[in-house]
Design a protein around this ligand. Structure first.
Ligand code: ABF
Length: 220
């Protein structure tokens, strides 16, 4: 069986009746959503907050009732994917470009669960390019700043055009390769005007469910 499927479906078992559930984005969470839709058919009652237009489309197709983040107090549990996870349970997200809403939903959540296959587990973050969401008005200046900082930036292009996020920003991917000091990098990126958000998720996740060799590992 697919390791993403195993991890994604397992996470759905953490959902209880009446919960507000944050729905992440990506191919692993897709399996969580499919499982949730079966659970809804069996009588589960939940409401979900989506983290992206693609997740909204899938949730609507699967009959998962959605609410706006602003219309709920706390989210009980958020289940999301990740692009890289290290042993401190810090990670990189945003390969799909949904990092801003993913982070906003995560920090509004009581519990954050990541579902990944074992290919996402790394000793050191950074081989996966770190996505940074930026204001289009100043993208070229931010790009230059990142170049001057030796962060190897590349503006994300999609089908020959600038990639545009759900909130109408651009993405600059940083090809750092080895992020030696994630906490410092987080602070630095947070301090740059025009940076809306970045894909470094530090001290945000509670549990990682890893699908590995047709079985599961759960790390808290
Ligand atoms: C989103 O989907 C992103 O933050 C991450 O880029 C990706 C997860 O990957 P996958 O499709 O492998 O689950 O959560």
């Amino acid at each position: 069986m697919d390791d993403k499927k195993i991890a994604g479906e397992r996470a759905a078992e953490l959902i209880r009746d009446g919960m507000i559930v944050g729905l992440g984005t990506g191919s692993t969470v897709y399996y969580t959503m499919k499982r949730i839709s079966q659970m809804l058919e069996n009588g589960l009652k939940i409401k979900a907050v989506s983290t992206s237009s693609s997740t909204t489309t899938i949730a609507q197709k699967l009959g998962i009732p959605l609410v706006d983040l602003n219309d709920v107090g706390k989210i009980d549990i958020t289940i999301d994917g990740a692009d890289e996870v290290d042993s401190s349970l810090n990670g990189i997200k945003g390969g799909g470009g949904a990092l801003l809403y993913e982070k906003l939903v995560a920090i509004s959540s009581e519990k954050v669960i990541w579902v990944v296959d074992s290919s996402k587990i790394v000793n050191q973050l950074g081989e996966f390019p770190l996505p940074v969401e930026v204001i289009p008005f100043a993208y070229n200046h931010i790009l230059t700043k990142f170049k001057d900082m030796n962060l190897n930036p590349r503006l994300r292009i999609n089908n020959g055009d600038f990639f545009i996020t759900d909130s109408q920003h651009y993405i600059i991917d940083l090809y750092i390769n080895k992020i030696e000091y994630p906490y410092e990098l987080e602070k630095t990126l947070n301090s740059i005007p025009g940076v809306v958000e970045h894909g470094l998720f530090i001290n945000i996740v509670d549990t990682v469910i890893i699908g590995k060799d047709n079985s599961l590992e759960i790390v808290n």
